[in-house]
Design a protein around this ligand. Structure first.
Ligand SMILES: CC(C)(COP(=O)(O)OP(=O)(O)OC[C@H]1O[C@@H](n2cnc3c(N)ncnc32)[C@H](O)[C@@H]1OP(=O)(O)O)[C@@H](O)C(=O)NCCC(=O)NCCS
Length: 420
């Protein structure tokens, strides 16, 4: 593994949490109150924490941290209903005094090698800036919509929705953490994780003064069908006034719903609090029932966002790990500048919803596809055909892009409903 001269890669243990937070602040340009730093550090997965340390005095104080990163051990829901072990890359930050010297590149190479050694076939992330990770083969696999929903919007009726019970509570990781985890374990939408590691749960429930930014304590909404939790949301209101009127805003950073009835019930409550004029909904899937139920979606200022970026670490097991919508038999030549085991010709034989992927050295390829494009298409949000039309995939055999594209389509739009 190549590490720039004067630096070394190390494990990042909990004992170095103050230094870790310091680098994070240098990377993301924010301040946290001293009392809040410990709670913030508990959101960092130290069991997988890695850092770049200064090894040569010409770079700075030897032994101090120049960069950090870690990952969450996820099980990513994929089309067809299965899960694939996935490393959710997180907390990537380089101290601004050490940027553009190759530290990110060294950390990514390290991340790929360690994830593969753990048997994780995918890596996903949220990108602070979209161009960064495309250099390393991450493709845009999921998109979401953010909306600023007006108070009490018109929602189309859903039978049974009004019968569902709603409980509003101050968020408690002890009481609501298990609720959220149980929900996610059953959540069928591709692109989400069915497992929420402890530091990610800490992050979701982070409720320090710094995190509140003047708003109320974090709240938790639960929608119940009898005893069964059918929807949840974390939310925070912030009261504001202009000279005459209340202008409060509700922020909903993470939520999930199992059905249209649960979605309608949840959002009819979240969009109708006294003194609030708008509810900011994050992480709405492209085909989410909420979008279809809003009578005037355009009025809620929908804004398309990149949701998660996905990197295939092991072509064979990822392609065999998901389900498919149609049969096909194509040979694809995959290019991958970082993971040589992925590169080369693969026969993808799909039958009865399942793929068998075998090396096909010497067989003429029907399609030429880079690892970034394969990652973009993996969850079914982006079609191989669209990528071919965009000249990002090359079709050697007419019809091959259509055939593989149809097989890889997902009847449910993928989204990750939890930020990390
Ligand atoms: C983005 C960041 C991690 C890059 O770290 P770095 O050590 O400067 O990156 P490297 O020197 O290893 O650069 C690796 C490659 O990525 C490119 N790159 C780095 N930052 C980039 C950016 N913001 N946009 C586009 N490309 C970028 C570099 O040009 C380089 O390309 P090359 O190998 O073709 O020359 C660092 O600047 C940082 O911490 N920024 C603030 C926090 C942040 O955005 N973190 C990412 C959270 S998702």
């Amino acid at each position: 593994m190549t590490v720039p001269t004067g630096y070394r890669l190390i494990d990042l243990p909990r004992e170095r949490k103050e230094e870790m937070v310091e680098v994070d602040q240098w990377a993301f340009a924010f301040a946290t109150r001293p009392d809040d730093a410990d709670a913030l550090a508990e959101c960092f997965p130290f069991d997988r924490g890695r850092a770049v340390e200064i090894a040569d005095a010409s770079r700075g104080a030897v032994g101090s941290l120049a960069a950090i990163h870690s990952s969450f051990g996820f099980q990513l829901r994929v089309p067809g209903g299965g899960v694939v072990p996935t490393a959710g890359l997180t907390w990537v930050g380089v101290h601004q005094g050490h940027r553009r010297r190759g530290l990110l590149r060294a950390m990514i190479t390290d991340h790929f090698a360690r994830a593969r050694a753990r048997g994780e076939a995918l890596s996903t992330l949220y990108a602070a800036e979209p161009p960064i990770y495309q250099k390393f083969g991450y493709g845009l696999a999921t998109q979401d919509v953010r909306m600023k929903i007006d108070r009490k919007p018109d929602l189309r009726e859903v039978p049974g929705s009004d019968d569902l019970a709603v409980a509003l509570d101050t968020a408690s990781i002890d009481r609501h953490g298990p609720v959220l985890r149980a929900f996610q374990a059953d959540f069928t939408r591709p692109g989400s994780t069915t497992v929420i590691p402890d530091p990610l749960l800490n992050n979701l429930f982070l409720d320090t003064e710094s995190a509140r930014e003047g708003g109320e304590p974090l709240r938790f909404a639960t929608v119940l069908d009898g005893d069964r939790v059918v929807a949840w949301a974390l939310f925070r209101r912030k009261g504001e006034w202009n000279e005459w009127d209340p202008r409060g805003v509700v922020n909903v950073p993470a939520w999930g719903a199992h059905s249209a009835a649960a979605t309608r019930r949840l959002w009819s409550v979240l969009t109708d609090f006294d003194l609030m004029i708008s509810t900011h909904a994050w992480l709405v899937a492209l085909d989410d029932p909420l979008r279809h139920l809003l009578l005037h979606e355009r009025g809620q200022k929908p804004d398309l966002r990149d949701n998660t970026w996905l990197r295939i670490l092991d072509v064979k097991s990822t392609l065999e790990g998901r389900g498919y919508e149609a049969d096909c038999d194509v040979t694809v030549e995959v290019t991958d500048a970082i993971i040589p085991e992925n590169a080369g010709n693969w026969r993808v034989l799909i039958s009865g919803g399942e793929a068998t992927v075998t090396p096909a050295e010497g067989v003429k390829a029907d399609l030429l596809i880079g690892i970034q494009e394969l990652g973009a298409a993996y969850l079914g949000d982006t079609s191989i055909e669209a990528l071919t039309r965009a000249t990002l995939v090359t079709e050697h055999t007419p019809g091959a892009a259509h055939s593989l594209g149809r097989a890889m389509a997902s009847s449910i739009s993928p989204v990750c409903n939890i930020g990390f």
